[in-house]
Design a protein around this ligand. Structure first.
Ligand SMILES: Nc1nc2c(ncn2[C@@H]2O[C@H](COP(=O)(O)OP(=O)(O)OP(=O)(O)O)[C@@H](O)[C@H]2O)c(=O)[nH]1
Ligand SMILES: [Mg+2]
Length: 429
């Protein structure tokens, strides 16, 4: 990975939290070495995004300590970005562009690659427009451009913008197809009785570590942001029923709409889950936890996932004292249906977490079922083995008697498949 040197500039209002440490983590993940940081507290200014005085201060600093890039948070208008570039004489990028660079680098699946290309085209459209305009202007410096030259320039700009829009539309179409295929897959899974658990949470909270600890599979883990960009769904054997658990892209605050929208198809997995496990990094300060949890809850609302039962997993419990953990458990009690403390890394607290998840999934009851003899009965019996726990199966004179623990939804499905089958609950609570 190419290492590039950069300075970080953050502008924020006094009441806003200092997000420089997070910005630094973003920059490092994207491959920058941070030479210096500037935390500028005050209102934005139209010309540069920050006051002219601050711009001069930073320019002087850069003369002493030259950096290749200036990275700016939260975001800049294209005109501000180009003015800063002119004044600093180095390349300037805003936080969203740096996040896009990470996405680019980490995208593995065709879906993730398309989503990122789309986000990039959408986000950078105004920047590109500005750049082309400036280039055209520069070409004409000296002589006043003739009407023909201006016309040709405008044509070029219109042509390029229309190319980009076409590419966006094409990607959208491809993504729609992928998303449709995924929805079908989910439907098929749900028809054969699988329940979906989604892991969600702020980036770097430990979702993939937990996914691997629960399923024994090997999703990539790293102390970086946005290591995971596409969804990985794995069957979970430890619960007493058919469950799949999916690990997916992490959330981050201040993500512009164009970027968030790009992940819609990935986020669908969360919005259609039966239960969400919200993974929270409990080693953060209470304020940081709060900020990150808020971002997650707002995203759940955006993707219409806020009616789904939520189990909160306070992860990385191994990094804090038991007193601190107890205090944080109480603090966050009201946010979720259940809250548990875990260490995904050390694999502790996982049983309690699974029990909490289990209690949010559709309830299981014991049923006495009479299946017909023959092929149909045999295939229904193997289906029952898949979707529930078969305690007993006996061959009677004309039927197969089965005692099984099932969710009500599965019984309804069984009756849809063959309305003549006799099914009776054997326990009444
Ligand atoms: N100490 C400790 N570290 C953990 C624990 N769980 C995860 N980590 C570390 O936290 C970092 C991030 O873990 P990941 O599982 O990649 O996190 P993620 O939420 O999937 O991150 P993204 O996919 O990047 O959004 C890694 O360095 C893990 O080793 C834990 O329980 N304890
Ligand atoms: Mg991950």
């Amino acid at each position: 990975m190419e290492i590039q040197s950069a300075i970080l500039i953050q502008r924020r209002f006094y009441r806003e939290p200092n997000l420089l440490p997070e910005f630094e983590a973003i920059a490092k993940t994207a491959g920058y070495t941070v030479l210096g940081t500037f935390d500028i507290v005050g209102p934005p200014s139209a010309k540069f995004g920050i006051s002219t005085g601050k711009v001069e201060e930073i320019a002087t600093w850069l003369e002493v300590e030259p950096a290749e890039f200036a990275l700016f948070a939260p975001h800049l208008k294209s005109s501000q970005l180009f003015r800063l570039m002119e004044r600093f004489e180095i390349e300037v990028r805003d936080r969203s562009q740096v996040i896009l660079e990470i996405f680019d680098r980490h995208a593995r699946t065709p879906q993730a690659k398309l989503q990122i290309e789309q986000a990039r085209l959408r986000y950078e459209l105004p920047f590109e427009r500005h750049q082309i305009k400036m280039r055209l202007q520069n070409e004409h410096t000296g002589d006043r451009p003739t009407t023909d030259q201006v016309g040709a320039g405008e044509d070029l700009l219109t042509k390029r913008m229309s190319e980009i829009r076409k590419r966006i539309a094409l990607i959208e179409e491809k993504l729609r197809k992928i998303s449709k295929a995924q929805a079908l897959k989910r439907k098929r899974r749900s028809r054969i009785g699988f329940l979906d658990i989604a892991l969600a949470g702020y980036t770097n909270s430990g979702k993939s570590t937990l996914h691997n600890a629960l399923t024994g599979s090997e999703v990539e883990i790293a102390d970086k942001l946005f290591t995971t960009l596409s969804t990985k769904t794995t069957k979970l054997e430890s619960l007493n029923r058919q469950v799949v658990i999916s690990d997916s892209v992490g959330f981050i605050s201040g993500l512009p709409d164009q970027l968030l929208k790009a992940f819609n198809t990935t986020l669908m997995e969360i919005s259609e889950a039966d239960v969400i496990i919200l993974v929270v990094d409990a080693s953060d300060s209470i304020e940081e936890m709060e900020r990150k949890i808020d971002t997650c809850l707002v995203t759940f609302a955006d993707i219409e996932a806020n009616g789904i039962p939520l189990v909160m997993a306070l992860n990385k419990a191994d990094l804090i004292s038991s007193d601190e953990l107890a205090e944080k458990m109480i603090h966050y009690e009201q946010y979720a249906n259940t809250i548990t403390a875990i260490s995904a890394k050390e694999e502790t607290g996982l049983e309690e977490l699974l029990a909490a998840v289990d209690s949010e999934l559709p309830k299981l009851y014991t049923y006495a079922i009479e299946l017909p003899y023959g092929d149909e009965g045999m295939s229904l019996l193997s289906w029952l083995h898949e979707v529930g726990t078969v305690d007993k199966s006996e061959y009677k004179e004309t039927t197969i008697f089965v005692q099984a623990e099932l969710a009500i939804e599965m019984v309804q499905r069984l009756q849809q498949m063959n309305p003549d089958i006799s099914v009776q609950r054997t326990e009444v609570e």
